[in-house]
Design a protein around this ligand. Structure first.
Ligand code: XUL
Ligand code: CO
Length: 439
């Protein structure tokens, strides 16, 4: 295969060198073969690099033009798509991650019609498949971009016009076919325009039914083509729309229940989306496990001061450890993984900046796995919570949960003079255990 760019030529493959290394282009914690709780670090994290932030975005923002000047940004059409593919796989290999993720439009030569979109995607299918075979890099998930093209400005499946729904069907059908062909582990739906900007022009009930119909059709299609991966909805409360229907994990669960899809679809939880929704990441993860719909993670962070989706690389040890604690305690990932849906800042214009961002995030997650595993092995956090609810295993607790009526509970409480005795929640003690686990 012809090599279109050697953009990363000056950077050697990234190796683990341990916490004391002075080499900024080495891992300090991410020793992928280190076994923690019986599993290699790489298998705990199943890390993936996303195509869109690092290889498509050129650094533009609403106030200014692109700043990055990557060689493929000055190309166009198929030539651009080919050069980008070469650079992306060079990067995956040098960083040493097992997975990548992409949207259909990230990888193709830009198309103006739906027909052209399908043709351009078919051209890339062979090329991506060849790159994967040559490098051993696998696909964590595929998805369709149903939010950038102006045809979707009023929504894709929730659009007031069925023609937009039909165009979305073209993209999703072909993106699912490609994900199956590339042996993707999951297929993701992020509904960037599936919401509204004003209720003055929006019929929420109708739009939710359209969204439910679209997802049900996609699930039917998954079974028809024999795709065995997991279907995932990625919740987000707003941005770009003022209100997005899939606002958080609980809302998605209610939506799935209403349309009978709660056993078919799980969630891809993103840190920055959790915080935009007013939640902590560990809240969203714990909720997803509690509701039986945990699937995968988009690992990143926002900026606590501005409330935007800044998609920075995740590096907060406390938040990562709290999150990893829930993931490990519940058995870890199955088909999911840690997708770095994160981008370097607009002033980080060099090739090496892409490495610094990903190296830091992989190290931070590795530290989080190590810390969370030590909390689980130590057992005091878990023992405290078990003890806190121990009363529910008593005769009274079981009788309330399984047998009694409200009046019977009330009568028994009065008859037996039941009284609740407050006990300390010990939050500070538990937070100190968490801090002490991070080394
Ligand atoms: C947008 C976002 C998307 C999804 C995939 O906020 O997170 O990139 O992850 O469409
Ligand atoms: Co995301």
């Amino acid at each position: 295969m012809t090599q279109h760019t050697d953009y990363f030529a000056s950077i050697k493959p990234i190796r683990f060198e341990g916490p004391d290394t002075e080499n900024p282009l080495a891992f300090r914690w991410y020793d992928k073969d280190r076994v923690i709780m019986g599993k290699r670090l790489e298998d705990h994290l199943r890390p993936a690099v996303c195509y869109w932030h690092s290889f498509c975005w050129n650094g533009f923002d609403v106030f200014g033009d692109g700043t990055f000047n990557r060689p493929w940004h000055s190309l166009s059409g198929q030539e651009m798509a080919d050069a980008k593919l070469d650079a992306a796989f060079d990067f995956f290999v040098k960083l040493g991650v097992p997975y990548f993720t992409f949207h259909d439009v990230d990888v193709i030569a830009p198309a103006t019609t739906m027909k052209e979109h399908v043709e351009n995607l078919a051209v890339m299918a062979d090329k991506i498949e060849a790159k994967m075979a040559q490098t051993g890099v696998k696909l964590l998930w595929g998805t369709a971009n149903l939010f950038s093209n102006p045809r979707y400005m009023g929504g894709a499946s929730t659009n007031p016009d069925p023609e937009a729904f039909a165009c979305a069907a073209v993209q999703v059908r072909h993106a699912m076919d490609l994900t199956l062909r590339l042996k993707g582990q999951n297929y993701v739906f992020w509904g960037g325009r599936e919401g509204y900007d004003t209720l003055l022009n929006t019929q929420i009930g109708r739009e939710l039914d359209q969204l439910g119909r679209f997802l049900a059709l996609a699930v039917d299609y998954k079974h028809k083509i024999g795709f065995k991966g997991t279907m995932l909805i990625e919740p987000k409360p707003h941005e770009p729309t003022k209100h997005q229907y899939d606002r958080d994990v609980s809302t998605v669960y209610g939506f799935l229940k209403r349309y009978g899809l709660e056993n078919e679809v799980k969630v891809n939880v993103e840190t920055n989306h959790a915080t935009l929704a007013g939640h902590s990441m560990d809240h969203e993860i714990a909720t997803a496990f509690a509701l039986g719909i945990f699937g995968s993670v988009d690992a990143n962070r926002g900026d606590p001061q501005n409330g935007w989706d800044t998609d920075q690389f995740w590096n907060d040890p406390l938040e990562i450890t709290r999150t990893m604690y829930h993931i490990l305690k519940n058995g870890g990932f199955t088909t999911g993984g840690m997708n770095f849906d994160a981008k370097v800042r607009r002033q980080s214009i060099d090739a090496e900046d892409l490495f610094h961002g990903h190296i830091g995030a992989l190290d931070a997650l590795a530290r989080g796995v190590i810390a969370a595993a030590s909390l689980i092995e130590d057992g005091r956090l878990d023992a405290f919570a078990e003890e806190r609810y121990a009363g529910w295993k008593s005769e009274l607790g079981r009788w309330i949960m399984n047998e009694s009526g409200l009046d019977e509970i009330a009568e028994r409480a009065l008859r037996e003079g039941v009284e609740a005795k407050p006990k300390s929640g010990r939050q500070e003690y538990l937070e100190n255990l968490l801090s002490a686990a991070i080394r």
